[in-house]
Write a protein that binds this ligand. Sequence first.
Ligand SMILES: Nc1ncnc2c1ncn2[C@@H]1O[C@H](COP(=O)(O)OP(=O)(O)OP(=O)(O)O)[C@@H](O)[C@H]1O
Ligand SMILES: O=C(O)[C@H](O)CO
Length: 524
Amino acid sequence: MARVLSLFRLQPFLALVGSKNPRLCKMSMDSRAREVFAAAVEAVQPDTVVRQSIECKEDSVIINGQRFALKHNLHLVGFGKAVLGMAAEAERIIGDHLVKGVISVPHGIQQTLQQHGKDNLLLKENSCIKVMEGAKHNLPDSDAQKAAEVIKQLASELTEEDLLLVLISGGGSALLPAPIPPISLQEKLDVTRRLAGAGATIQELNTVRRALSFLKGGGLAHYAHPAQVIALILSDVIGDPLDLIASGPTVRSDMWPEEVLSVLERYKLLNSLPASVKEVLGRPGPRWRENKDETDKAENVLNAVIGSNSLALNCAGRRARELGFRPVILSPGVCGDVRSVSRLYGLLAHFGCSREEPPPEIAAEVLRLGPEVGVESWDLCRTMQVLGEGRTEGWGATCLLAGGEPTVELTGNGRGGRNQELALRVGLEMRGLQLPPKGPVFLSGGTDGQDGPTEAAGAITDGGLYEEALAQKLDINNFLTNNDSYTFFSHLSAGQHLLVPGLTSTNVMDVHVLLIPPIPINIR
Ligand SMILES: Nc1ncnc2c1ncn2[C@@H]1O[C@H](COP(=O)(O)OP(=O)(O)OP(=O)(O)O)[C@@H](O)[C@H]1O
Ligand SMILES: O=C(O)[C@H](O)CO
């Protein structure tokens, strides 16, 4: 009886996911996966997230439920890959209450946006915001250092009558280098580059960056004191940790030398540190010695995350529903080695496509993999429950969504990225898993539109990948050993599996989409 009732409630939904909706019938699983990904990216466009978070009303601005009086007293600074579009929208909303601004953005970004016709992400001609481009190849350079100095100067001149709007997005660390003397820019760059090369995580990297910088780890907010600081943050770090995104320039973080030294020791850099770095790490007291106000008063700071991987996944889920899928969000925090992550998705695909109750070993392995890939057991159980219901209750098609940033251990010298490598590996894990007319399908894409040093954002695969490659005389394992996933997908079926949305002007890490079709009635 319960089953009959639940099916009754589901009738409108089943009508949509079944073959009765002619528009959906015509759409392939691949194009639906691409649409779901596009919706994720759309949700975190820099202008959209700013528009959704700032409201101007009767000479005041409301952010996160807090009201601040506007009296032609608003200054703006920003740093990060998505900040140009954020600043353009903020200026449109705030109008002439905005007195002055400076943003540090990636080299060449204005030209790129112009070429792509993204005028909505560009400043108006007579804007009062100064744009400074720098950090070629995402590395701090003297242009970015100049921008950091101008930003520091602007912040230092503010009074308690002023508001400082700080726009922050991924890539902000490289765009705001302010090494504490006597550390030179080159020395700071060397330390961070060696750490990154040795496999340090972004958490470890930014812990060290914070300790060597005037502006990171709350330094910017400190310089802006006594002005009210409002930071709007587009997060590109798992868990949205305020103190780590762009190394937290508006988040006061106490520096523990032991913590920094233990990171440096872990990657065997302790003995080869420049004398300047050792000296700065050995100093007691606050880092902001040359500040106008030496006393360490509490700053007036509001930090608000206005865009994140979770937001992207939620909007992707809504689009998936419109496209006839029951969405289930696994986690926005998938990390760990790409091999374990691909195994997890492969197992979930088998679990979801199983015509009978899947063997308990599948669920056991899924749960065992959880800690390796940053996913809670609870989220895995919830997801398997939804997939199970899809089978037993006739829910129809399911769209499993997740996000994060897995890692690839580079052993070869081919061209690729973590998303393309993940898609390739999941294709192999799903080998032979094909339900008529097609499925399941897996997509992995970087929301910034770029996967490693390639022009693709990621790729789409299914259980027929291995046979397709074999028929085209492409040896998947050779490509994998050489980390050459981009070359593989470029050759396979004339690049049809590649996801190439172009630069998206935003970044909330990666999005993974696993579409599981309904199991056809006649074979259930
Ligand atoms: N040939 C390759 N195959 C697989 N992964 C690769 C390859 N080359 C680089 N990568 C991976 O790509 C990542 C770097 O690419 P990308 O520039 O997209 O980084 P990112 O972390 O997304 O940068 P950001 O988010 O700051 O823009 C690293 O994780 C690196 O291991
Ligand atoms: O800029 C940075 O530090 C990274 O993009 C993480 O936010």
